[in-house]
Design a protein around this ligand. Structure first.
Ligand code: AFP
Length: 280
């Protein structure tokens, strides 16, 4: 696992440099979700693949930017699914973006996830790696320093509601409005990495991306976005569900599958579960 951790650290230093200098031009290619790929996405994907191809313990990689998984080392035991630059449309407005990694053993399934990591590229570059515990590291020049362990409180103060409100189910709107009426504050940038990072570092809250009338399976991708953050939240004392069920138990049929998802501390996730269970 150490070699993977270090490969992510090396990739992140290179990605940081790419973000700092790259022109924000659009390429002609589309990724498997049908979005126009930014050249920067492609560049970050290539950086990560290059670093991972040097790590013998990695069997297969799947990238949000690639249609299919790619086998790297026949004798490796880890399967890594990653989103090289999540929220890349936010780069041109200079908001924070991030990379997300899920490290699986034997196959890509939520129950086979053994570690997860994300890196936030904001005013500072920070890396959160969860294995047995969740640990925060900060990039200082060209080296990484351990900062602290991350633990969530039982109840937070932040509310990050994703999806177009026009398409929310009425009970979902009631749930979100109810949290605001309790004093929760809105924090939503449109980048999953900084939005969840803020909830983790400020002690808790709720991030939701529900099923909506226009996106019945949600928007966020299970292998690259949802599972890694679910693992990180659980290792930090929080929870991640699809409304009713623990999200890491959700089956995956295709590498690019999406699902509705809710991440938060104990109190908020119980609220979600109550509302969703009684509206099934
Ligand atoms: P992009 O990579 O297309 O910017 O999407 C980012 C993202 O996948 C995730 O990081 C956000 O939480 C989510 O989409 C925001 O989606 P909405 O704009 O629909 O709220």
């Amino acid at each position: 696992m150490r070699d993977i951790f270090e490969a992510i650290q090396r990739s992140s230093i290179r990605i940081k440099k790419a973000i700092d200098v790259k022109d924000i031009g659009y390429s002609q290619e589309q990724n498997s979700s049908g979005e126009t790929q930014l050249q920067l996405d492609i560049q970050c994907d290539m950086i990560i693949e290059e670093e991972f191809s040097r790590v013998a313990s990695i069997h297969t990689i799947a990238s949000e930017e690639k249609e299919h998984a790619v086998e790297l080392h026949d004798s490796g035991k880890y399967y890594i699914a990653y989103d090289p630059l999540d929220g890349s449309s936010l780069v041109d407005v200079n908001l924070s973006v991030g990379s997300i990694y899920g490290i699986y053993e034997k196959s890509f399934s939520g129950t086979h996830l053994v570690a997860a990591c994300y890196v936030v590229f904001g005013p500072r570059v920070e890396m959160v790696f969860a294995h047995n515990k969740t640990k925060l590291h900060l990039l200082q020049g060209d080296h990484w320093e351990f900062v602290k362990e991350i633990r969530l409180n039982n109840k937070g103060k932040l509310n990050a509601p994703g999806g177009t409100q026009q398409h929310w189910a009425p009970y979902h709107k009631t749930l979100i409005d109810g949290l605001f009426q309790e004093g929760y504050r809105l924090r939503y940038s449109g980048g999953m990495v900084p939005d969840l990072h803020q909830i983790l570092l400020k002690g808790g809250g709720l991030f939701s991306y529900p099923a909506t009338a226009d996106k019945p399976n949600g928007k966020l991708r299970l292998l690259f976005e949802v599972f890694p953050f679910a693992f990180i939240f659980e290792k930090s004392g929080g929870h991640a569900i699809d409304g009713v069920t623990r999200i890491l138990e959700r089956p995956v049929a295709h590498v690019h599958d999406t699902a509705p998802c809710f991440f938060g501390s104990e109190y908020e996730i119980e609220r979600v579960r109550d509302v969703y269970t009684s509206n099934q």
